[in-house]
Design a protein around this ligand. Structure first.
Ligand SMILES: [Zn+2]
Length: 58
């Protein structure tokens, strides 16, 4: 299962999560410290060097 990078706005810290591509497309995970998923931003992993979120494709 791929690892994705996320960033919690409450913690102001990045974290990683294991999830399927389908899960990743449908929702963000909860922060590991318990903050709601709406506080979590998706981050593009370093393997995918893209410049804008609009070009995020899988
Ligand atoms: Zn958090």
């Amino acid at each position: 299962m791929p690892i994705y990078e996320f960033f919690c706005r409450k913690c102001q810290e990045p974290f990683t999560a294991f999830m399927s591509m389908k899960e990743h497309d449908e929702r963000a995970p909860k922060c590991p410290r318990g903050h709601d998923a709406k506080e979590v931003e998706k981050r593009i992993s370093s393997a995918h060097a893209v410049t804008t979120k609009k070009s995020l494709t899988y």
